[in-house]
Design a protein around this ligand. Structure first.
Ligand code: ADP
Length: 395
């Protein structure tokens, strides 16, 4: 069975085609600048690459080009789209109404539309991708996989905000959590690597990328996570502030006359390590600048590390007992120095990193043999998780 996985952003789109007989990736690609001048599709099959630079005015036009690439005479990987059994879509926000992956119908789309209020950038783009597929290949089954779903096992004591209860009842203002597909993959893979069932494990899954979040996994299920109503809460991120006193917002809105939308823009796009360093949201740039003595780059990194440590420690206390800490995401998978700084001086908590083992970018145990808590690097694979869910639902 072949499954196409699509992840639509507001002006970009990523895709992978899986052959589920061995879960291999037949091709993958990226469309950039959808609806803006300079649209570009990059389609990769092994080491071969097809680049299409043509106007793509909307997601339907972009997906049409993706389908053309899939069946291209030279770079195609299928003879006809009939070979693609179903399409899996990443959807950001399913709220508390869409709590597991599901086959898409009008009712599901209505609920995705309802949660645009909490995912104003992503949910509309996700819907455009879904509707483009429905119109271009009618009859093909589409499946939605939600970033929020894995966190729906959180109990009220961790997902509620301490504000008047009526706001939860009237608007569903609560913590939902994100990166759920990644945290779910890392949980499953951690259990596989340790040759046990996820039910036997309490894990702290640490996903550090452009967006970062941590989840506390109790007996294989999510118990708490750092992101909230939207992906803004929690850790210091590339361009997002993470936790702060809400008075910072009201003060700036009063003082500078910012609208709510402008304030959201500042906290989502201009804050985080970019805002503090004034330099970059990319950790490679910041590590390089800090090494050369840039104090604000160093401060941004220190703040990032401190916040991660605060949550790791907090989640250890919430869970009571932790078996494993697993790192994933662009930073978590690639930066040995960040992993070391995040978990240094935690011997008292039973965590000891082995520097030689930590020198890796692959799936590996990086804790010392005498570390009570095992520490792993588990490169995430959200696309594979989406492909598996899609296959299981349409089969
Ligand atoms: P996204 O959240 O967009 O999926 P990724 O998980 O791919 O992002 O993470 C991207 C980030 O990973 C980059 O912004 C960069 O900061 C970081 N990163 C990638 N490689 C390294 C590295 N070798 N050292 C430090 N940071 C890295």
């Amino acid at each position: 069975m072949k499954i196409l996985v699509i992840n639509c952003g507001s002006s970009s789109l990523k895709y992978q085609l899986f052959d589920m007989t061995d879960e291999s990736v037949l091709c993958k690609g990226l469309v950039e600048r959808i609806g803006i001048e300079g649209s570009k599709l990059t389609h990769k099959v092994g080491n071969e690459k097809l680049v299409v630079e043509e106007a793509m005015k909307d997601h339907t036009a972009a997906i049409k080009h993706v389908f053309d690439a899939l069946v291209d005479e030279k770079y195609g990987v299928v003879k006809s789209l009939d070979e693609v059994s179903a399409i899996g879509h990443r959807v950001l926000h399913g709220g508390d109404k869409l709590t597991a992956s599901t086959i898409i119908d009008e009712n599901v789309k209505a609920k995705v539309r309802e949660f645009i209020k909490f995912g104003p950038l992503h949910n509309p783009a996700n819907l455009m991708g879904i509707e483009a597929c429905e119109s271009l290949v009618p009859g093909k089954q589409n499946v939605a996989v939600f970033d929020t779903a894995f966190h729906q096992t959180m109990p009220a004591r961790t997902f509620m905000y301490a504000i008047p209860y009526e706001y939860y009842e009237d608007y569903r203002l609560r913590k939902f959590g994100f990166h759920g597909t990644s945290h779910r993959y890392v949980t499953l893979r951690t259990a596989e690597l340790l040759k046990t069932d996820k039910k036997n494990l309490n894990i702290i899954t640490v996903h550090l990328g452009n967006g970062s979040s941590i989840a506390a996994i109790k007996n294989g299920e999510c118990y708490d996570t750092t992101m909230g109503l939207t992906p803004l809460e929690g850790l210091v991120m590339g361009t997002r502030s993470g936790d702060l006193d809400p008075t910072v917002m009201t003060f700036l809105m009063n003082e500078k006359g910012y609208s709510a939308d402008e304030m959201n823009q500042i906290l989502n796009k201009k804050s985080g390590v970019l805002g503090v360093s004034g330099l970059s949201s990319d950790f490679r740039d910041l590590e390089e600048a800090a090494e050369k003595g840039n104090e604000r780059a160093q401060l941004a990194l220190d703040m990032f590390i401190t916040r991660v440590r605060r949550y790791v420690g907090g989640f250890m206390a919430e869970l009571g007992h932790v078996d494993v800490i697993s790192f994933a995401g662009g930073i978590g998978e690639n930066s040995a120095s960040m992993r070391k700084l995040i978990l240094e001086n935690m011997e008292e908590y039973g965590i000891i990193i082995d520097d030689a083992k930590n020198d890796t970018r692959e799936e590996a145990v990086i804790s010392a043999d005498n570390s009570r808590v095992k520490v792993l690097v588990v490169p995430t694979n959200e696309e594979l998780m989406i492909a598996r869910d899609t296959m299981n639902l349409v089969k």
